[in-house]
Design a protein around this ligand. Structure first.
Ligand code: HEC
Ligand code: HEC
Length: 216
């Protein structure tokens, strides 16, 4: 084989290997869904005392950089904790925290957080036309389906892995969309959020973050 072809073939092989890396090790089976459904939210509440400093006593985060977890779908929270533990999603703090949690701990805390009322923001509502258009119409000139088709018209999320966004901290929201955009966050199955975020400008991301933060 000539050297150039060899290099190309090797390159393709490595690229396909990188592609084969799964974005998550969580596979949704009836057993897994039942396991999460039957979790013990009482013990989840006790376990979550160690999380309160950052995520708030009732899952409403006191800091713009920490996501709120209250009212989140249990399946989504469970998947994120697994992804941190298995290395599919990385973050200095959360990776080390998730490393010490069992499957049962994750399911129990996910159940507790999902039972809490979602965050509400009292700030005055602003008109956010660019965001509203992206949420309800998307953009046919780009590959941008409307956000509501997946995340719901009230940002309430959709089973199994589509998170609720209503009331989420805007700074966290912006940071995580930018992390998807540059593939630093790559635990979205089928690259759904990576593909979408790569087509959004910084200004659009910031407005979308404001839009969802003020949504109740
Ligand atoms: C020292 C602060 C800190 C503590 C303690 C902490 N977290 Fe976090 N958590 C964060 C930060 C910061 C992020 C955002 C990380 C990122 O961008 O990936 C996060 C993200 C998460 C997410 C992903 C949320 C989403 O919307 O995708 C979950 C779930 C989570 N934490 C659960 C927990 C649980 C459960 C505990 C306790 C066992 C805990 N955290 C303790 C700071 C903390
Ligand atoms: C095709 C379905 C789909 C569409 C359309 C979609 N999303 Fe998502 N989104 C997802 C999924 C699935 C996840 C969770 C992926 C994972 O496990 O990390 C997600 C995650 C997110 C997160 C991370 C939430 C968190 O707590 O960390 C944000 C923010 C987000 N989406 C915003 C948007 C916005 C804004 C739009 C519209 C421009 C949009 N999404 C359109 C499926 C979708």
């Amino acid at each position: 084989m000539n050297k150039m072809i060899q290099t190309v073939v090797l390159g393709l092989f490595t690229a396909s290997l990188a592609h084969a890396e799964p974005s998550s090790q969580v596979a949704w089976t009836p057993d897994k869904l039942n396991f999460i459904k039957q979790a013990n939210s009482k013990s989840g509440k006790e376990l979550a005392a160690q999380c309160a400093g950052c995520h708030g006593d009732n899952g409403v985060s006191p800091s713009p950089d920490f996501p709120s977890l209250a009212g989140q779908l249990a399946t989504y929270t469970y998947k994120q904790l697994q992804d941190y533990k298995n290395g599919q999603r990385t973050h200095t703090l959360m990776t080390s925290i998730a490393a010490g949690l069992s499957d049962q701990d994750m399911a129990d805390m996910a159940a507790w957080y999902s039972s809490l009322p979602p965050p509400r923001n009292k700030a005055d509502k602003k008109d956010l036309e660019i965001a509203e258009r992206l949420v309800f119409e998307g953009d046919g000139r780009r590959t941008l389906p409307p956000c509501y088709t997946c995340h719901g018209s009230k940002g309430q999320g959709e089973k199994m892995d589509i998170p609720a966004l209503a009331g989420q901290q805007a700074e966290y929201f912006t940071a995580t969309l930018i992390a998807y955009r540059n593939s630093e966050r790559h635990n979205d199955i089928y690259s759904r959020m990576r593909i979408l975020s790569q087509q959004l400008s910084d200004a659009e991301i910031q407005e979308l973050a404001q839009y969802y933060q003020q949504l109740q």
